[in-house]
Write a protein that binds this ligand. Structure first.
Ligand code: ATP
Length: 300
């Protein structure tokens, strides 16, 4: 990936702009999925509102016309609240996140931030207000400091360290041979999945956007790493409008609301305790994960 960008570097300003825009969208995450036909409307304007309430209104959506994935889905994430989306594989969790990032437009219905339809907001401005922490963050084969720092060009070392602390990454970074100057290896190969994700969370802290979309890493974590991720999640989501795609239910017990997806529809919603008491799908998922965790602990 570095190789792709280096020649662009040498071509100067225009390409640098493009490259920065790409990096800012976490484009390397979106690149594979990217829909080339999403373009700014002629009258697209920057996001004008301070209210970052996210509204999905009666969304029908499919990647292919023959196969509808989301069915008349409506959901409102109030300004500053953390909503977690859970559900079995293929239920449509990531699709929801992709629609919020406007990687696709819905077939019917609309997505709004505040009162503004996403299709009326310039994509550049959308990228500024949404911080994305992907499941498998792209790291450059460069130092930890560089990898955190491109969340905010020109950030000082103090700012980097503060962001890493908030992301619960500072502790593991300090144990690395050269701390913040340690080179992470090709695609971050010298770091674990959980560590990479905390670097990405630190990057999001530096960028400081009002909306966060976080796709939790699926990789198995030990209890300590899991606690660190949980702490990092809580910190980064605090006071931001947050959509967390959760694979480990234990990390989202504190969410303001948990949305349980089933085959493209919202099957249940509520807080952790209420959903458990309801003894429905969420309670089943929770029990399943508990058993899996027990089995893994026995294996170790
Ligand atoms: P997981 O927990 O496995 O990540 P998910 O709930 O996030 O699953 P989605 O990624 O939203 O599920 O996928 C929902 C459905 O849409 C799945 O059946 C999937 O096969 C299909 N799908 C996802 N991405 C695409 C795509 N780019 N093109 C076509 N179909 C897709």
């Amino acid at each position: 990936l570095i190789q792709v960008f280096l020649p662009l570097n040498t071509l100067g300003f225009v390409f640098r702009e493009t490259r920065d825009a790409l990096l800012n969208t976490e484009a390397l995450f979106t690149l594979l999925d990217q829909q080339p036909d999403i373009q700014d409307a002629p009258d697209a304007a920057p996001l004008a509102e301070r209210d970052t309430t996210v509204r999905f209104e009666h969304i029908d959506f499919g990647y292919d016309p023959q196969r509808q994935i989301l069915h008349d889905l409506s959901l409102e994430i109030p300004h500053g609240k953390t909503f977690a989306v859970v559900g079995s594989s293929g239920s449509g969790k990531s699709t929801l996140a992709r629609l919020l990032m406007r990687m696709y437009d819905p077939d019917r219905g609309l997505v709004r931030i505040g009162q503004q339809d996403l299709r009326q907001i310039s994509q550049e401005s959308l990228r500024q207000v949404i911080g994305v922490v992907p499941q498998d963050p792209v790291l450059f084969n460069d130092t930890i400091a560089y990898n955190i720092g491109y969340g905010k060009p020109g950030a000082t070392r103090e700012e980097l360290v503060a962001a890493a602390r908030a992301a619960q990454a500072d502790d593991f970074i300090r144990l690395l041979p050269e701390q913040y100057d340690t080179v992470v290896g090709e695609r971050g190969s010298r770091l674990s999945g959980g560590e990479k994700q905390r670097i990405a969370i630190a990057r999001a802290f530096l960028k400081n956007p009002p909306i966060i979309v976080l796709d939790e890493a699926t990789s198995a974590l030990d209890t300590r790493a899991e606690r660190a991720i949980q702490g990092a999640l809580e910190n980064v989501a605090k006071d931001r409008t947050s959509l967390i795609i959760a694979h480990r239910l234990s990390t989202i017990v504190g969410a303001d609301e948990i949305i349980v997806m089933d085959r493209g529809r919202i099957a249940e919603r509520g807080r952790h305790d209420d959903l458990l008491a309801h003894r429905g799908l969420y309670a089943q998922l929770w029990e399943l994960q508990r058993q899996q965790q027990q089995a893994e602990t026995l294996e170790r």
